[in-house]
Ligand binder design. Structure first.
Ligand code: Q46
Ligand code: ZN
Ligand code: ZN
Length: 306
């Protein structure tokens, strides 16, 4: 297998693009792809302050590395969730994110749930759901709130996350199976800013997980290579397995599934209920000041009052 550009030994063969590349050309090709997607969807520009949500996994670290190489103004934020189910997941994730930031002279802030809010994710889950449910819905709510709050306080222009194509295709698959029209209407790789909410973007959403992993390995980025213990057996992993089997038989199928969905979105296939958004933005949480639907405490503040 030879590099299409220089004929040297290739390190990656991307069947979906019918493209094999050597290490040097792959490390140029991937940032180029990301840059094109950022521009196509007007995600942000070189004057914007970009807040990178850094988990310590390969995607967020590879994304941060690429944005830094592309000369964007980035800062990172890591949320220490306090998940320690036998493998010290959160400790290792935080240390890995900190190490990457130190090695590359980048600014990383850490929000620690335990010390800043008095409870870890498993503790909140045990208190609110008596541990009967997996903590993912609580965790998702907490992460969204903290990221937005951090971005608003710090006057960032955009929050970026490392969601890759495999993540997006699995979410799209689940939303299609359930005909969740409201979620399908919001599946854009970039969500504009609204009063009280910072713009959000996913620059990796057409990058395969395998491509992001290859980038991290070739750049010698050390990342946490195991999943959160609560993600084991999740539905999303199951959908990823199904999509991977289809992808094996039809290279490029996942990318087409996602890109054709974006085309349908752009043609207005899933109308967005703007009125609902305006209704949400008109009421503010009396505790934290973030927009909410109820006029009382927002879902995040309510969690700590139950
Ligand atoms: S939501 Fe659930 Fe993740 Fe939170 S509890 Fe772990 S698996 S980290 S993306
Ligand atoms: Zn080459
Ligand atoms: Zn609140």
């Amino acid at each position: 297998m030879r590099c299409r550009k220089c004929g040297e030994k290739a390190v990656i063969n991307m069947r979906q693009h019918r493209l094999s590349l050597c290490s040097q050309h792959y490390l140029e090709w991937l940032p180029n792809q990301v840059q094109r997607f950022i521009e196509k969807y007007c995600m942000f520009n070189l004057n914007d302050r970009v807040l990178v949500a850094v988990s310590g996994g390969k995607d967020s670290l590879a994304l941060w590395d690429i944005l830094h190489r592309l000369k964007y103004q980035t800062e990172g934020v890591h949320i220490d969730l306090g998940i320690d189910e036998g493998i010290a997941y959160s400790d290792v994730s935080r240390q890995t994110a900190e190490q990457f930031a130190n090695d590359n002279n980048l600014t990383l802030k850490v929000v620690n749930l335990d010390s800043d809010f008095g409870e870890t994710i498993p503790e909140i889950n045990r208190r609110t759901h008596r541990g009967r449910m997996k903590p993912c819905s609580v965790c998702g709510l907490v992460k969204r709130h903290i990221l937005n709050d951090f971005a608003q306080q710090g006057d960032f222009d955009v929050i970026v996350t490392g969601h890759n194509l495999d993540d997006e295709a699995a979410i799209l698959f689940a939303n299609t199976l359930n005909w969740s029209l409201e979620l399908l209407a919001r599946g854009y790789p970039v969500l504009p800013a609204k009063p009280g909410f910072t713009k959000k973007a996913k620059p990796f959403s057409r990058i395969y997980e395998r491509e992001s992993a290859a980038y991290a390995v070739l750049r010698e980025i050390s990342y946490v290579n195991y999943e959160c213990p609560f993600s084991i057996d999740s539905k999303q992993l199951h959908y990823k397995t199904i999509l991977n089997e289809w992808e094996d038989e039809n290279p490029g199928m996942k990318l087409r599934f996602y890109l054709h969905y974006l085309q349908a979105l752009n043609k207005g296939a899933f109308p967005w209920e703007q009125d609902k958004d305006e209704e949400i933005a008109s009421q503010l949480c009396p505790r934290c000041g973030q927009p909410t639907t109820t006029g009382g405490p927002c879902a995040f503040c309510h969690l700590f009052e139950i």
